[in-house]
Design a protein around this ligand. Structure first.
Ligand code: ADP
Length: 619
């Protein structure tokens, strides 16, 4: 068993990145940063060189000049020291003044530009990734990690490069000074260089740890959302689900701790060897040597000896940091790999923007079967269907019979596992995805309204001139106008109070009416309604359907409704059961057949107050 686990672990191990790939990954993000803010890096790095030099001149070099000159104090020496101090003082003042300005004015502006660039890249891709990817845990883990870390990790490349430049300048200046004093100091400087290689291993461990804790962090993020988001607020207060969530929280915590223990144990000896090697061997060794040369042999001036005390530590830390820096580029590259994987990911459903332009017509399913990723059973099996222009079709069936899945395939949100979706006999894949989706006006059962104005929620795009009348008319037809017209800002009222104190929170039924207005406002050739009226009362539902049928006179209308009274209004009723079409025909035909549909209809009709014997429902 253990052997097997080890084998799996080995298989999952990330391939070692080649140096060329590490470089290419880091350059990849630097290019994005440069594209977003061309002056950011030249300013940032140029300023680092200057600051590093000022730091050297006011540290080690000042010490040397001051102590050496004052060891034999003459008036000339004193004047020179004072002049030098004044120059260093002015340089420091200038450096701090300019640093304040660029840190508080320039960089925030550049940072916003860079965040914007990264977000645009990620959001554009996220919109194109097919829904199926959300059901693949491995992809989803990567996706979450990229969405959370892409910007910070990418900026880490800039910061690492900046520190590299700072360290390189500081190292060269201090090493040159030590070399001038006594070339033997080069030996002491090289020890941390060797030790720093250990840092690479430490960074790798850190990345493995982050990868391993991602699933438990996802759980924790889900639990956080469940506790604070309004979507769960009622259930969280009325039920004991919080106990289950606490249990899940503890489980996630235990998993996280386990991984942490495993990796922190590995990191302890590395950190120990690094610190001892650096602080004891290198720094103390060099200091002892300098002290010996000054006090015993007299071959070193006091100022030089003090410079050694100061510079050898600076050099050691700088070198150590330089190596850590290089390892950091490697660690960043491991994350950038995920980022690039996501950006390079080619959705299985090709956007095919050069494809044919869809312009309505007969929509067909030929031999369509579909199985969700990871599912053991197909949700749709061998479906053959045609939706002719202007036809009104009701999809009915028990929960889980495949109605929503069928509409998702029509919308090309998923690719059928078998068979094809066609428009006018041409496969969906031959059309441009944008034009394909533009054919449809859709309202889903789990519809979402956005924290934007009512008008924007109806049009699902920015509002333009002359749109107002169209939005109001659409709301009148969907039954939403009564509520919206009573609001102080009418169709310009923001939905939800997330960003706007004057925003409004609509009830479920009112939100449905706003969403349904989308269908009236935008005249698409095909309309799909997936239980959009579940929160409407029967009278509102009947009126809405009646208006919908009139508005969709020339449009294909495919609707799913759990109230079969609306199926009466359809030209054709399709009954699905376990992913298969089991009955199909007009309401009248199906009632005469006296099969499953007729039985379902009669059972529901019993619940209506005034139901005619022939199936005509009046509410
Ligand atoms: P209906 O709309 O008729 O209630 P659905 O089309 O939503 O049915 O679901 C059909 C079947 O597919 C059900 O068994 C459901 O559990 C399964 N299913 C739906 N969505 C997913 C999904 N994202 N992943 C896996 N299985 C799913």
């Amino acid at each position: 068993m253990k052997k097997e686990q080890k084998k799996i672990k080995q298989k999952e191990k990330k391939p070692r990145l080649k140096l060329s790939r590490v470089l290419s990954d880091n350059l990849f993000v630097l290019r994005i940063v440069h594209r977003a803010a061309p002056w950011y890096m030249p300013t940032y790095f140029g300023w680092s060189v200057f600051a590093s030099l000022v730091n050297f001149l006011s540290g080690s070099y000042l010490l040397r000049v001051a102590v050496n000159k004052l060891q034999t104090p003459t008036e000339e020496a004193l004047r020179r020291v004072i002049l030098y101090i004044v120059v260093v003082f002015v340089l420091n003042l200038t450096q701090r003044l300019v640093t304040g300005w660029i840190n508080n004015r320039l960089y925030p502006k550049y940072n916003l530009q860079i965040v914007g660039e990264f977000q645009e890249l990620l959001f554009a891709k996220a919109r194109r990734v097919e829904l199926e990817c959300y059901e693949d845990p491995a992809f989803y883990d990567k996706y979450v990690k990229v969405m959370d870390n892409a910007y910070n990790r990418s900026m880490n490349v800039v910061y690492a490069l900046d520190r590299l430049i700072w360290n390189a300048v500081s190292f060269c200046a201090n090493a040159a000074l030590l070399f001038v004093i006594d070339p033997i100091f080069i030996v002491f400087g090289l020890i941390p260089f060797v030790l720093g290689l250990l840092n690479k291993r430490a960074n790798k461990l850190h990345h493995t740890l982050t990868t391993e804790v991602t699933p438990s962090e996802r759980k924790q993020s889900y639990i956080r959302r469940a506790f604070y988001m309004v979507d769960y607020a009622k259930e969280m207060r009325l039920t004991n689900m919080y106990r289950q969530l606490f249990e899940l929280q503890h489980e996630a915590y235990r998993e996280h701790m386990k991984a942490l223990r495993r990796y922190s144990l590995h990191r302890v000896p590395i950190a120990y060897v690094l610190n001892i090697g650096l602080e004891v061997v290198t720094i103390l060794g060099a200091i002892l040597y300098a002290a010996y040369q000054t006090l015993n042999t007299g071959r070193m001036l006091l100022g030089d000896c003090l410079v050694v005390f100061n510079s050898v530590a600076t050099i050691s830390w700088t070198l150590n940091d330089l190596i850590a820096n290089l390892a950091e580029f490697h660690a960043n590259a491991l994350y950038i790999e995920d980022f690039r994987y996501f950006l390079d990911y080619q959705p299985k459903i090709d956007a095919n923007e050069q494809g044919l332009q869809a312009e309505g017509g007969t929509l067909s399913l030929r031999g369509v079967s579909f199985c969700y990723r990871g599912a053991t059973q197909s949700s749709l099996k061998g479906i053959d269907l045609d939706f002719h222009p202007g036809e009104k079709i009701a999809l009915v069936g028990c929960n889980g019979s495949g109605k929503t899945t069928l509409t998702k395939l029509l919308l090309h949100l998923y690719e059928p596992t078998e068979g094809q979706v066609l428009l006018n006999g041409i496969p969906a894949t031959a059309y441009s995805q944008t034009s394909w989706r533009r054919q449809f006006g859709v309202v889903f059962q789990d519809l979402k309204t956005f924290s934007m104005s009512v008008a924007e929620n109806v049009l699902m795009r920015p509002i333009e001139e002359d749109d107002e009348a169209r939005v109001i008319e659409a709301l009148k037809q969907s039954g939403g106008w009564e509520k919206i017209s009573s609001l102080p800002h009418g169709i310009h009222t923001t939905l939800t109070r997330e960003f706007d104190d004057e925003g409004v929170v609509l009830s479920g039924g009112e939100s449905q009416k706003v969403a349904l207005a989308r269908i009236f406002a935008v005249p698409t050739p095909i309309v799909i309604l997936d239980e959009p009226s579940s929160a409407l009362d029967p009278i509102a539902e009947y009126t809405m359907f009646d208006n919908m049928l009139r508005a969709c006179r020339d449009r294909t209308l495919i609707f799913i409704s759990h109230r079969l009274s609306s199926a009466v209004l359809a030209d054709r009723v399709i009954l699905l059961d376990h992913g298969e079409i089991v009955e199909s025909g007009s309401h009248k035909e199906l009632m005469e057949r006296n099969g499953i549909y007729a039985e379902m209809f009669r059972k529901q009709a019993e619940n209506y107050v005034d139901t005619a014997a022939d199936g005509e429902v009046s509410v």
